[in-house]
Design a protein around this ligand. Structure first.
Ligand code: IPE
Ligand code: IPE
Ligand code: MG
Length: 246
């Protein structure tokens, strides 16, 4: 069972088929320039396109990016409101290019706390790009790993209560079907920018066997070149999934 869950066999010999990125350091980037934090978030949003476009040549089929965590509501109202406005604008502005570039966009996270206008833009973008298959971009928005597992457990419990599942059916495979990421492979590589070496509640379940790379670059300075180098390094690592390889 554990092996099956960690086995992204289609991808892991060539390179990381699924890369997840904790895009951190926007605030410090702005601070260094004596500008408000939102200036950093706008600069950060601009980097996304370059990284997405670099994926096909690097063999990265799935890219998952952390845009807003369930804990980020603790920031000031000004910053939170500015970020929500930025997400709405980002979708409005980028939708056409994402469609044209063959990017399939998905969102993970709890949509219940997000405003209706944003949620409808997210739904529309998912639908608009649902026929694409060149790169699968997943945006984690109001996402928290613990929150995701908790919501999955709640829905599982409901299925049991309704008599559609037995408690005996609850195993790792069944639980993972209730996660927001149920259609995605597990990430092979998780990158965090800005020098912090922690995962801050990102893809807790899915990253059980992921490789991690922590780099000092602040997200608004993160380039396709650096991304390519990190992805290239991944190819030389040996993943064992708990086994002893011959
Ligand atoms: C990451 O940058 C973006 C979000 C969390 C929305 P930060 O805003 O966390 O930037 P720092 O860590 O304060 O520099
Ligand atoms: C993680 O970064 C969340 C995102 C990148 C969206 P944070 O900056 O919020 O995480 P902490 O506070 O350093 O753990
Ligand atoms: Mg941060």
């Amino acid at each position: 069972m554990a092996k099956d869950l960690a086995d992204n066999s289609e991808t892991d010999r060539k390179g990381p088929g699924h890369v997840a990125v904790i895009m951190d350091g926007n605030g410090r980037w702005a601070q260094q320039r004596g500008r408000p934090r939102l200036f950093g978030h706008h600069a950060g949003a601009k980097r996304v396109r370059e990284i997405v476009n670099a994926c096909p040549d690097l063999g990265v089929k799935y890219l998952t990016i952390f845009a807003f965590s369930t804990e980020n509501w603790k920031r000031t109202q000004t910053e939170v409101a500015g970020l929500m406005r930025l997400f709405r604008r980002y979708i409005e502005r980028e939708a056409r290019d994402l469609l044209r570039e063959g990017v399939r966009v998905r969102f993970i996270g709890d949509r219940m706390k997000l405003d209706e206008k944003l949620v409808s833009l997210m739904d529309n973008l998912e639908l608009l790009t649902s026929g694409n298959d060149r790169v699968h971009l997943t945006i984690a928005l109001n996402y928290g790993g613990r929150d995701e597992v908790t919501r999955a457990a709640q829905r599982l419990a409901y299925e049991v209560e309704q008599g559609r599942l037995s408690y005996k059916d609850v195993d790792a495979e069944t639980l993972s079907k209730f996660l927001d990421t149920h259609v995605l492979p597990d990430p092979d590589l998780v990158i965090r920018t800005s020098g912090e070496a922690r995962i801050s509640n990102f893809l807790l379940w899915q990253s059980a066997y992921a490789e991690y790379e922590f780099v000092d670059t602040l997200w608004p300075d993160f380039s396709a070149g650096e991304f390519g180098k990190i992805v290239g390094r991944y190819g030389v690592r040996e993943r064992r999934f708990g086994a002893v390889l011959a």
